[in-house]
Design a binder for this molecule. Structure first.
Ligand SMILES: Cc1cc2nc3c(=O)[nH]c(=O)nc-3n(C[C@H](O)[C@H](O)[C@H](O)COP(=O)(O)O)c2cc1C
Length: 157
């Protein structure tokens, strides 16, 4: 399987930290079994150039919201908007194959709500979630979710 491609954004470093650990976990899996994919991750920030995506990718987005609960009243996305704009750029949304959300369960209904909103807006499945920097069990679970989803995408082609 081709490397799994990830685009992510990280304001305070938690997502970056998790993606680094996930990338190391994927490499270890690949070294043990060459059929299992590595991960190639790219961080999107306000300084990023918007480029056309041509291959399937996942996005990893933490949650920063202001306002309501997103269910019976609105919320406003803060800080992470540039990732959404990147996905919205050109035909990039067509290549998005899954969304992974992170957040803090103390936010109750708003837990991972940005990822859920991206999944709906860009018509891609919400494939996994984890809290804050995650724990080793999350790396295994999220990696398996990515591999499973990528197999579906490859079969669909
Ligand atoms: C101002 C602020 C607002 C946040 N709002 C939410 C929220 O609405 N829902 C949620 O699940 N987590 C929320 N979080 C938690 C972050 O999503 C969580 O800390 C995440 O790991 C941050 O990722 P990053 O360090 O990569 O930026 C909020 C955190 C901050 C500082």
């Amino acid at each position: 399987m081709q490397p799994l491609r990830i685009l992510f954004i990280s304001i305070e470093g938690n997502t970056r930290n998790f993606v680094e650990h996930l990338t190391a976990y994927a490499l270890a899996q690949h070294e043990a079994n060459a059929d299992l994919p590595t991960i190639e991750a790219t961080e999107i920030s306000d300084a990023s150039d918007f480029t056309p995506e041509t291959t399937p990718y996942f996005c990893f987005v933490p949650t920063y919201l202001n306002g309501g609960n997103g269910i019976d009243n609105g919320v406003k996305e803060l800080m992470t908007n540039v990732l959404g704009e990147y996905i919205d750029f050109g035909a990039n949304a067509q290549h998005l194959v899954g969304v992974v959300g992170s957040g803090n369960r103390n936010f109750n209904e708003q837990y991972c709500l940005t990822a859920k909103r991206y999944a709906k807006k860009f018509d891609a499945p919400f494939v996994a979630n984890y809290e804050l920097r995650g724990v080793p069990a999350d790396e295994k679970r999220v990696y398996q979710a990515l591999v499973t989803r990528m197999k579906e995408v490859v079969t669909d082609d």
